[in-house]
Design a protein around this ligand. Structure first.
Ligand code: MG
Ligand code: MG
Length: 254
């Protein structure tokens, strides 16, 4: 069931989203060669707890850590570990925070030191594909319009769209209806309505879009080991568009 959020709920979702955004801003200062993903996880968890929230993913369907940290060919759901980041890696950090029962969800891909041109291309165009999807969010459009825009942009740039994982509604659960695929057909799917809260999250591979699940039963990798990028914002649908909940400062300024 797709829920429409009240003004009070949107205010709590705005706070949760801001905590996620602030956690990303804090954590990115520590992303450099030599740091372990476990160290990043612990910094993020402490930061979220200090902001009167808790990490949404910890314990979610049994996930063991506060954040997901996925390196290079790992697409999503990487479990933080003692693996040290190296110069030239890309790291995807997915953060969820729950404030007074309401969640925010945002993933970002970061370069570690100097990355090669292929990885720069992948990061740039995956971020752009997120914005192409967001442009479709307004009352009257349909969920399929979002995926169509993301997939069209990815195809134009020869990037593979991961299809098995999708965006979603966000509210009192971090994953709610509707599913928001990163592919689709224009003018299909549920109608977008004011007050819906959606996480849009393209995952694009430099090579094949095919993925495999690793032995840890969490980490998802690209089948051909090509690098993968992931960008995600949680947004609320407004009268004539959307407001990003995971991308503004607590004082409301960009
Ligand atoms: Mg996420
Ligand atoms: Mg998500």
């Amino acid at each position: 069931m797709i829920t429409i959020k009240s003004d009070r709920e949107i205010e709590l979702l705005r706070i949760a989203g801001n905590i996620v955004y602030q956690t990303h801003q804090y954590l990115k200062n520590y992303i450099k060669p030599g740091v372990t993903t476990k160290e990043l996880n612990d910094l993020a968890e402490k930061f979220i707890l200090e902001h009167d929230a808790y990490p949404s993913f910890k314990g979610f369907e049994g996930f063991p850590s506060a954040i997901c940290a996925s390196i290079n060919h790992e697409v999503v759901h990487g479990i933080p570990s003692n693996t040290k980041l190296k110069n030239g890696d890309i790291i995807k950090i997915d953060i969820g925070a729950c404030y007074k029962g309401y969640h925010g969800d945002s993933a970002w891909s970061y370069p570690v030191g100097d990355i090669d041109d292929d990885k720069k291309y992948l990061l740039y165009h995956t971020e752009q594909s997120l914005y192409k999807g967001l442009e479709q969010i307004k009352p009257g459009n349909r969920i399929g319009d979002i995926g169509y825009a993301i997939e069209s942009y990815a195809k134009e740039h020869n990037l593979g769209v991961v299809k098995e994982l999708v965006g979603h509604g966000v509210g009192t659960s971090v994953h709610e209806d509707p599913d928001v695929p990163n592919y689709g057909i224009k003018n299909t799917g549920p109608k977008i309505k004011k007050g819906m809260v959606l996480a849009i999250e393209p995952m694009l591979n430099f090579g094949s879009p095919n993925i495999v699940v690793c032995e840890d039963e969490w980490t998802i990798e690209s089948e051909d080991y090509s690098p993968s990028a992931h960008f995600e914002h949680t947004v609320v649908v407004t009268d004539d568009g959307y407001e990003i909940l995971t991308g503004v400062l607590l004082n409301g300024k960009k």
